[in-house]
Ligand binder design. Sequence first.
Ligand code: ARG
Length: 462
Amino acid sequence: MTLWSGRFDTSPDPAAFEFGVSFGFDRALFEDDVTGSIAWAEALGAAGVLSSDEMRAIVEGLRAILEEGRRDPACVSGPDEDVHSFVERKLVERVGEAGRRLHTGRSRNEQVSLDLRLYLRRRLPRLQADVAALVAACADQAERAGDALMPSYTHLRRAQPVLVAHYFLAHAAALRRDHARLAAAAADADALPLGSGAIAGTSYAIDTARLATRLGFSRVVANSIDASSDRDFVAGFLYAASVAMVHLSRLAEDLIIFTGEEYGFFELADASATGSSMMPQKKNPDPLELVRGKAGRTIGRLTGWLATLKGLPSGYNKDLQEDKEAVFEAEATLHDSLLATQAVISRLSLNAERTARAASGLLLATDVADYLVARGMPFRRAHEVVGALVRRLLTEGRDFSALTLAEWREASELFGEDVPRVATALASVEARRTPQSTRPEAVRQALEECRGWLAAQGFATL
Ligand code: ARG
């Protein structure tokens, strides 16, 4: 029996019916469906559509169904077409005839939109907490790194020395934007669609503003036609999840490189690595590779969902049922990836000697050029002078620290005895001036600011 069988004189073709059944996955909306229905029953009662006895019977029946489903999630199953049909069937089994009045003035079109909005608003804070936990792991690494130095890279070639702490706080900064984007996705979903009916609105005097407040929404949708097929909030969530996965993927890529034999900047904990079935020496960064790989899935869900939406005529279309698996999969992928990345980062150890060694040498060229600029030379000219010096040092296999004062002077008369002091990684980072720079004092303040942010999210760190 379906919710619509009265219209038809035969039962549906099994293959066609099975193809449309969504209960296998939309059972994840069980709790939200019941919550929404309880509020709807109360609204029908307040509008005088249900007698107070009917309303009470329905609400009590739904509460019992919710409790049973929470206690034993396995009981949320059956031959039903979808979770909405399941809940209605259970209700009628429990309270009889009154249960058949629940769907008055309501359509599954708005109901499913409501359920998914409630679901996202309930679940997004969990993802935000996962993101904050990873920010905390980055902050802890930044703290532990102290004043350790490492090279920064552009084009994956050594660029300028930075503090290791600055590097970890860079990833924390990106993750905090993800946190904000997840909040924006919750704000997208923050509108009550009930009262829209199937498409034209409902003909019962439902106090939608009150119903919105009752369900935790700050507003009611503006237009019933738009509401029946608006899934922008799904696209918004998939976008937020995709950008977060892109950030995790880039962090993973960095660490795959930095923990490899050629760099050796960090050591992966044995617990975060896997071995090879054939090569006994291997220590592979599988969790990081999987995070990088899974980013493709989430991006696929986003582009797939936009492709589903783009051809839809106005109003509800069954294509929209595809929204749920996209949301559930993106949520699970992001959650698992955040946890795995946090596990890797929190056990990562720094090889400060190797990072310091890699942060010295010719990557101090910009600082040497700045030295000349401080003594009056135009920067473009200084760039040429130091470029020529670098060319010479490269052919001789030396670096700045090996130059005698006479050799410095050969390159430019402006070089004085103090130049070796400028051409060190520590002097380089200390020479930075802006708050977003790698200047140690600025990094200390950035770390403190990050700790403040984490505390505001309810996180205690190191
Ligand atoms: N399972 C459907 C979905 O996810 C519920 C809405 C059904 N509405 C309808 N008119 N068939 O979209």
